[in-house]
Design a protein around this ligand. Structure first.
Ligand SMILES: [Zn+2]
Ligand SMILES: [Zn+2]
Length: 209
C-alpha cells in the first residue's frame, strides 16, 4: 500500500462538511468511526470527545486545501508542516493481514498504532498521507470543487492535471449550468440584433469543434 493512499483520509474528513450549504455530517461517534473504514481497530477507540477534535483537525486540513487551491503553496506547506509536528507518526510494520491461506503475512505500514486518542491517530495518518501526496505529485494537485456551492476537497490524479470537480455529479452539474448560461446569452443576443445572433452561432460552432 502506497503511503500516498492515506491522503484519502484527509479528503474523507474534509468532505464531511459543506460550509456553503451549512451542512455537517460529523455529528456523532458513529459518523467519526465510519471515516476509518471497515476493519480498522482504531475506530473502536473513538469517544464523544473525539467528535470536536475531529472537527478541529478537519478545519485545519481544509485550510491546507484552500491555500493550495488558491495558489499559495508556501502557506499550504506551512499549515501541513504544523499538523505533522503536532500529530507525529509512529511507523510500524504490521502483518495482521495474510497473503494466502498458508498464513504468509502481508507486511504493510501502519503509521500511528498507539496514539493518545483516535483523533490524534487519524490526524497523523491524514497529514502524513497528504504530505506524501503533495511532495510526490505537487501542491497544485490539491483542489477544491469548482461547481458552486460545492467546495469539496479532491486530489487530482489525472495525467494532464485537468481535474476541477470533486465528483462526476458536480462535473455534470457544472456542465449543465454552463450550457444554460450559454443558451441564455444566445437568446439575449438574438433578441437584440441579427448580427449578435450570428456571432453567438459562430462561437457555438467553434466550441463544438
Ligand atoms: Zn493493517
Ligand atoms: Zn463538488
Amino acid at each position: 500500500m502506497e503511503l500516498a493512499y492515506y491522503s484519502d483520509y484527509a479528503v474523507r474528513l474534509v468532505n464531511t462538511e459543506e460550509p456553503a450549504r451549512n451542512k455537517d455530517a460529523l455529528t456523532s461517534v458513529d459518523a467519526v468511526r465510519t471515516l476509518f473504514g471497515a476493519g480498522v481497530q482504531m475506530a473502536r477507540r473513538v469517544t464523544d470527545a473525539d467528535v470536536t477534535r475531529f472537527r478541529n483537525v478537519r478545519g485545519r486540513l481544509r485550510a491546507v486545501f484552500e491555500a493550495a487551491d488558491g495558489g499559495d503553496h508556501t502557506l499550504a506547506v506551512d499549515l501541513l508542516n504544523s499538523l505533522l509536528m503536532e500529530y507525529p507518526v509512529s511507523p510500524q510494520i504490521s502483518g495482521h493481514k495474510f497473503l494466502d491461506d498458508q498464513g504468509r503475512p502481508d507486511w504493510h505500514m501502519h503509521l500511528a498504532d498507539h496514539p493518545s486518542n483516535a483523533s490524534a491517530g487519524y490526524a497523523a495518518i491524514a497529514s502524513m498521507g497528504l504530505a506524501f501526496h503533495l511532495t510526490e505529485y505537487g501542491p497544485d494537485r490539491l483542489g477544491l470543487c469548482q461547481a458552486p456551492p460545492c467546495r469539496n476537497a479532491y486530489l487530482d490524479t489525472s495525467t494532464n492535471r485537468s481535474r476541477r470537480y470533486c465528483s462526476d455529479r458536480c462535473a455534470t452539474r457544472a456542465n449543465v449550468a454552463a450550457y444554460r448560461a450559454r443558451k441564455r446569452l444566445e437568446a439575449a443576443g438574438s433578441g437584440k440584433s441579427g448580427r449578435t445572433a450570428e456571432t453567438a452561432q459562430d462561437s457555438r460552432a467553434l466550441s463544438e469543434r
